[in-house]
Design a binder for this molecule. Structure first.
Ligand SMILES: Nc1ncnc2c1ncn2[C@@H]1O[C@H](COP(=O)(O)OP(=O)(O)OP(=O)(O)O)[C@@H](O)[C@H]1O
Ligand SMILES: [Mg+2]
Length: 244
């Protein structure tokens, strides 16, 4: 037995003729933060979308030993999977509170349980509590990312998949978001973190995978990966280019 919480083996995902994910294998143990780094178009978002059930895939895809292929998105959320998408996908015209309530997913949830989850999100993100009545489209970039994570937490995930949480945020806010991600891990939520920001991702994760044109080029302990000359040359920038 592998004991992995998430097991991906020789996974293939295509858009028509375009093979975006080509034989990816990856495994995540309970309690880990695993990062997937790689450049634009490497297939990172595609990989997460397939794991969430938003795209069909071929190969091994298991969560807690259960084959995910037969399960739709809602069933995967029920099992404890949740995705924070790259574009955040908030309802801009709705308030912070409304967005959070929509994240709870299950209509079966009792209202006291809903209140409890809401309170725990507010405890984690006091800024969301202060802004609970504010429209989502008036939040700052960092607050929007917090809301996207908070909304995902409303489904009580056991494995949270984050698609480029640092995208478009200032370095200080990136650090704040990633520190919240590590706190989540310490509280028992496993994390699959997709990032173009290789430095931040490797600093925050236990294991790392480098995805290039749909294939895993390198993988290993994050600290060791960060020391790897190939990773340094390509992803950690020897030179002095601007942060994106
Ligand atoms: N809806 C689509 N139809 C056709 N091709 C697509 C579609 N979405 C993505 N692709 C292609 O699949 C490949 C992987 O895209 P993907 O969005 O997964 O990359 P990514 O690693 O997330 O990139 P980024 O860092 O820019 O978000 C790219 O070549 C992209 O052009
Ligand atoms: Mg992407």
């Amino acid at each position: 037995m592998s004991g992995a919480m998430l097991e991906i083996g020789d996974l293939h995902v295509s858009y028509g003729q375009v093979d975006a994910v080509r034989g990816v294998s990856l495994s995540l143990q309970r309690g880990q933060i695993v990062s997937v780094i790689g450049p634009n178009g490497a297939g990172k978002t595609t990989l997460l979308a397939a794991a969430m059930g938003l795209l069909p895939s071929k190969g091994v895809l298991r969560f807690d030993g259960e084959d995910l292929h037969g399960l739709d998105v809602e069933a995967r959320v029920e099992r404890g999977l949740c995705l924070v998408p790259e574009k955040r996908e908030l309802f801009g015209e709705l308030t912070v509170l409304d967005n959070l309530q929509l994240g709870a997913f299950s209509k079966k949830l009792r209202s006291d349980a809903l209140k409890q989850r809401l309170q725990s999100v507010y405890d984690r993100f006091p800024r969301l509590a202060e802004r609970r009545g504010q429209r989502a489209d008036t939040l700052s970039g960092g607050e929007r990312q917090m809301l996207a994570v908070g909304r995902a937490l409303m489904s009580s995930p056991r494995l949270l998949m984050l698609d480029e949480p640092s995208l478009g945020l200032a370095p200080l806010i990136v650090r704040e978001i990633l520190s919240i991600v590590r706190t989540l891990r310490d509280d028992g939520v496993s994390i699959l973190l997709v990032e173009q920001n290789a430095r931040a991702a490797l600093e925050s994760s236990d294991l790392g995978y480098v995805l290039e044109t749909g294939e895993i080029a390198l993988s290993g302990n994050s600290h060791e990966l960060a020391e790897d000359p190939r990773v340094q040359a390509t992803y950690l920038g020897g030179g002095t280019h601007d942060d994106e």
